[in-house]
Design a protein around this ligand. Structure first.
Ligand code: ADP
Ligand code: MG
Length: 354
């Protein structure tokens, strides 16, 4: 058959570029929830409320009490590659915020009907921007931001067809917030679905107590108990180890607490939830001698590493990271968990018959 006639090379329209980017960033409602909660936390929120309709497909509204977005910057926030978080390559290499790519709002807005409602401390009123029409008008709310995302994927029916039932999408949304909640006991979270409160985790650490290590550890344990259940605390031991440039804290489940599914394995790197083979493998190998068969250990591990030694700019969703020295990280995690499990308290607890 004859080859297709060649067409000229053209720049893609902006809107289409965002929609293509959205394919990577926004897979389902939970991905939008994660991005919006990231933004709320970056804005210094102490309370984040997520309201959903139809598993997030009809509506995702994320409300925070953070710094807010000034009126004049509302349209800028929606632009692709527009961010307040980094300004240089140097910033990128030591990034301390959840976001930095400046593409989440643009991507989500390109596949939904989005509205931003925000008020800074200096403004006498809030302002509301309708992303589609560009209309900007005064509105009512206290300091902070509400991002409303309606009819996700209405313009991309192919993506919409891949969505599961509302209950499944809701479960993914809850999981996304859970991951944030486990990293930030100092922030309160609430999730509503169809007008009903689904989950609520109150802030367990006041800003003033923040400096004290003991208070932080206590707050974390309370949050772990609130989110994962008191069983998780009862059947786990504290992890605390520093190896080279890596500090590992958190809790590791006793062998008896292992589950058939790997659904309670949480790893954080500098406060960011990550999925990483090095970390999973290291944790798993710490259980080598005490856990047999297919059982999956439970743990929540928090790594602190010099930001220069970890690259978070690997994937648009930033759920993957790359370590400069993955051997060191592996050793740190493995030893941290092994030591925790070998501690006398762990042995004593493990020997109590259930
Ligand atoms: P990024 O988070 O990578 O900067 P986003 O597209 O998620 O990119 O957000 C763009 C910008 O909009 C942010 O840099 C921030 O300045 C502003 N912004 C978004 N959400 C909020 C929020 N909840 N509170 C305050 N500012 C926000
Ligand atoms: Mg962001």
């Amino acid at each position: 058959s004859a080859p297709a006639p060649r067409r000229p090379i053209r720049d893609l329209p902006d809107e289409l570029i965002s929609q293509i980017a959205a394919g990577e960033v926004v897979e389902r409602p939970a991905s939008a929830v994660r991005e919006l909660v990231d933004n709320a936390l970056d804005a210094g929120a102490t309370q984040v409320t997520v309201r959903l309709l139809a598993g997030g497909v009809r509506l995702i509204a994320v409300e925070d009490d953070g710094a807010g977005i000034p009126r004049d910057e509302l349209p800028v926030a929606l632009r692709r590659h527009a961010t307040s978080k980094i300004t240089s390559l140097h910033d990128l290499e030591s990034v301390a915020t959840m976001g930095f790519r400046g593409e989440a709002l643009a991507a989500i807005a390109s596949v939904s009907e989005m509205a931003l409602l925000s008020r800074t401390a200096l403004q006498a009123s809030a302002f509301m921007l309708d992303a589609r029409s560009g209309e900007l008008r005064p509105a009512a709310r206290s300091q902070g931001t509400t991002v409303e995302v309606k009819e996700l994927f209405f313009s991309t029916p192919a993506r919409r067809k891949f969505l599961k039932t509302d209950a499944t999408e809701l479960a993914h949304c809850v999981e996304a917030v859970r991951r944030h909640a486990l990293a930030r006991p100092d922030v309160g979270f609430a999730i509503w679905h169809e007008g009903k409160l689904v989950e609520q985790w109150r802030a367990t650490l006041s800003a003033e107590a923040g400096a004290d290590d003991g208070a932080q550890q206590q707050a974390l344990e309370r949050r772990l108990g609130d989110v994962l259940g008191e069983d998780f605390i009862r059947d786990s031991v504290p992890v605390q180890l520093r190896l080279g440039a890596v500090t590992v804290t958190g809790r590791a489940g006793l062998p008896d607490a292992a589950r058939s599914r790997a659904d309670q394995q949480f790893c954080y790197v500098n406060g960011r939830f990550v999925r990483d083979k090095v970390l999973t493998h290291a944790a798993r190998s710490a259980y080598e001698d005490v856990l047999h068969g297919q059982k999956q250990p439970v743990y929540a591990l928090y790594l602190q590493i010099d930001p220069l030694r970890v690259d978070v700019n690997v994937h648009p969703t930033k759920i993957e990271v790359r370590f400069r020295d993955s051997r060191e990280v592996h050793q740190a995690v493995r030893h941290a968990v092994e030591n925790a499990l070998a501690a006398p308290r762990a042995q004593a607890l493990a020997s109590i018959p259930v």
